[in-house]
Ligand binder design. Structure first.
Ligand code: ZN
Length: 656
């Protein structure tokens, strides 16, 4: 473990708070120290107040910020004196503590101070850095963990036995420190939790973390426990999409809502999933209590979700007996370890599943190192239950806000690099869905940087590209809920007597054949959709009102519409709804250029503006208008509708 301190970089940050920002980012940049908003830091400053006097202020990391990207506004100023008075209380519930922290905050617009603010306040040093280092957890979470820590650090740290984070931990620290603080003490070790070094300068405190964690790493190396054997196993070549989609259906049923599943491709994950003793090791408990909330107590080994739910319910009932005010959390697993599927992580969104993935892979490495050193021995279940059902977490549950309409759902859109397809992808992302976008154009990769977005370059007429997109939807997000068949071609217009057969065949190949293949391949996944699969076909006004010169286009879109109607009939029994939209004159798509619009307008004897609004309502129809209709057809308003054909054309006299 190397110090990343750099004088030139440090000089760019002004004052003590600036130095606080700089070393917080250094800590946050190392995933082996803190993950996803974990850890917190502080600095104590004396500042002039409004009344001309001076006040001691604790600047502590606010909740909801990440050390990796924090800036000065991420630190909440809190009146130090008020925190020290709180630390003197015999008891204080955590809910009351949170209220008091809010009241002691000196800037009402600042984020809520970390629940570990009192712990920062009672440590009599200016800079305090709290992290959850992997190496230290591997050493601590062993049967002789405490002895090992004491031998490693001697009187340089005060070791505090495990106490749940919150008021009691802060108070315990204050008491133990009053008794144990010596001239050489530069940090506190919180058993089964983490490390809290301190110092009078930002650099001093930071380099204490590096030094103490470095010694834990060296201890692991000396005992050949640093580098667990890693096989070269990689993602299986075999398709696993049907198994994943089925697992997702079971997990979503247990959670009571659609969930996102991500299958990890790291070699370490496959090696772990393939271990003979995987069940015994994986289910021994998380690395820190912090992680319980996100990863549940233990992963599901294998795919028996019902058995997991029963075990979770028993765990809840056994521990909840002492408290009558608890609501059971959803009993669905957050991690599945399976020989065939590897490590699958689960969340309400792709971002959530990614957080669980990172936490679990770090936990997995910590477990493997502890096993090599001695044996993985995390906290007893009762302590972990206290964290999972912490009053502050339960309060959060009661405040829970509504989920976006498509949260936890997965959408595949074809022809998504431009026009209506692109508008659909954006609209579904905004609605909380994970989106797999398929297009022949490279631009599809750059549509969104969201972790819920996957752009794939491929042609729908290529069966392997279609299979690849579905496999990617399953490995990336867990399956498929919604399929938007949007990709299509509009061949050059021509009267029938001059029709080139190859144009006709091309229209049929793309607009019909490719979509038959896609529907057939998508069916096994759509059948597993937790809320019922949905298909929306983008056809054309040309189906009910064909245009002269557009035989290939009109006939292919009519065949596609008929295909959708049959699918609606066949798939209703599986809860899959299939509907069709018929847009007309949507000019902001790849099919139309300004030049073509001008020519068409002229051929009707209209100006370009008249031509754009040439419909009953006299309005322009955009890609976004069509996308909103398609998205609505996949939502609750259309939950009783299948086999319908809805025009999105501003009204057409030939159709009405
Ligand atoms: Zn912590």
């Amino acid at each position: 473990m190397q110090s990343l301190w750099n004088d030139a970089d440090a000089a760019r940050f002004e004052g003590e708070l600036g130095a606080r920002v700089y070393t917080s980012r250094l800590l946050g940049s190392d995933a082996s120290l803190v993950l996803h908003g974990g850890g917190n830091t502080s600095v104590k400053l004396t500042e002039r107040n409004l009344f001309g006097g001076s006040s001691d202020v604790l600047y502590v990391k606010g909740s909801g910020t990440s050390l990796a990207t924090i800036d000065a506004s991420g630190f909440t100023p809190v009146e130090l004196h008020a925190l020290l008075r709180l630390a003197d209380l015999e008891t204080l519930t955590d809910s009351e503590m949170v209220r008091r922290l809010r009241l002691a905050t000196l800037d009402p617009a600042a984020p809520m101070p970390s629940v570990e603010a009192i712990l920062h306040a009672v440590l009599p040093f200016r800079f305090v850095d709290h992290t959850h280092p992997d190496a230290l957890l591997s050493v601590m979470n062993t049967p002789s963990g405490r002895r090992r820590i004491e031998e490693l650090y001697g009187d340089e740290t005060v070791v505090i036995p495990y106490v749940m984070p919150g008021f009691l931990l802060a108070r315990r620290c204050a008491l133990e420190l009053a008794a144990g603080l010596g001239p050489r003490t530069t940090g506190v070790v919180l058993m089964h939790h983490g490390l809290v070094p301190f110092g009078e300068t930002a650099r001093g405190a930071y380099e204490r973390t590096i030094d103490l964690v470095g010694r834990a790493e060296a201890h692991l190396r000396e005992h050949d426990a640093w580098a667990p054997a890693r096989g070269s196993a990689v993602k299986p070549a075999e398709p696993v999409r049907h198994a994943l989609a089925h697992l997702r259906r079971d997990v979503s049923a247990a959670a009571g809502r659609p969930m996102i599943l991500t299958s990890a491709g790291e070699p370490g994950a496959w090696t772990f999933a393939g271990r003979e003793d995987v069940e015994a090791i994986a289910t021994r408990g998380p690395a820190t209590p912090d992680h319980v909330i996100r990863t549940k107590l233990v992963p599901l080994v294998g795919r028996d979700v019902d058995a997991y739910v029963s075990a979770y319910t028993r765990y809840f009932e056994a521990h909840a007996a002492r408290r009558d005010d608890l609501t059971m959390l959803d009993p669905a697993p957050r991690v599945v370890v399976d020989r065939e599927l590897g490590v699958v992580t689960i969340g309400d969104s792709a971002a959530d599943a990614a957080v669980v993935h990172d936490i679990f892979l770090h936990t997995l490495e910590a477990i493997e190192r502890s096993e090599l050193l001695e044996r993985w021995a995390p906290l007893p279940e009762s302590d972990l239950f206290e964290v999972e059902y912490w009053e502050l977490e339960q309060a959060k549950l009661r405040r829970a806000t509504a989920r976006p309409p498509f949260a936890g759902e997965i959408v595949l859109v074809t022809g998504a690099a431009s026009g209506i397809g692109k508008a659909c992808a954006t609209e579904f992302l905004d609605g909380g869905a994970a989106v797999v976008a398929l297009d022949r154009s490279e631009r599809v990769k750059e549509l969104s940087a969201d972790s819920a977005y996957l752009g794939i370059v491929g042609d729908i007429t290529d069966a392997s590209a279609v299979a690849g997109a579905l496999e990617a939807a399953a490995r990336g997000f867990g399956g498929l809920d919604v399929l938007v068949l949007n990709a299509g071609v509009f061949p050059t217009t021509s009267p029938i007597e001059a029709l080139a057969l190859e144009d006709w065949r091309r229209a049929m190949e793309v607009n019909v054949d490719a979509n038959v293949g896609l529907l057939r391949e998508a069916f096994p996944l759509l059948r597993e959709a937790p809320r019922g699969g949905r298909v929306v076909v983008n056809a054309s006004k040309n189906v009910p009102a064909p245009g002269p010169g557009a035989a290939s286009y009109s006939a292919s879109k009519a065949a596609l519409t008929q295909l959708a109607r049959v699918a609606a009939l066949e798939w209703g029994a599986y809860g899959i709804r299939v509907n069709v939209v018929h847009p007309n004159a949507v000019f902001d798509t790849g099919l139309w250029s300004e030049e073509v619009i001008g020519e068409r307008a002229k051929s009707y004897g209209l100006t370009v503006d008249e031509y754009r609004q040439n419909n009953v309502l006299g309005v322009e129809v955009t890609s976004a208008d069509v996308a909103r209709t398609i998205v609505a057809m996949c939502g609750p308003a259309f939950s009783r509708t299948t086999g319908a054909q809805v025009p999105v054309d501003g009204g057409n006299e030939r159709v009405i």
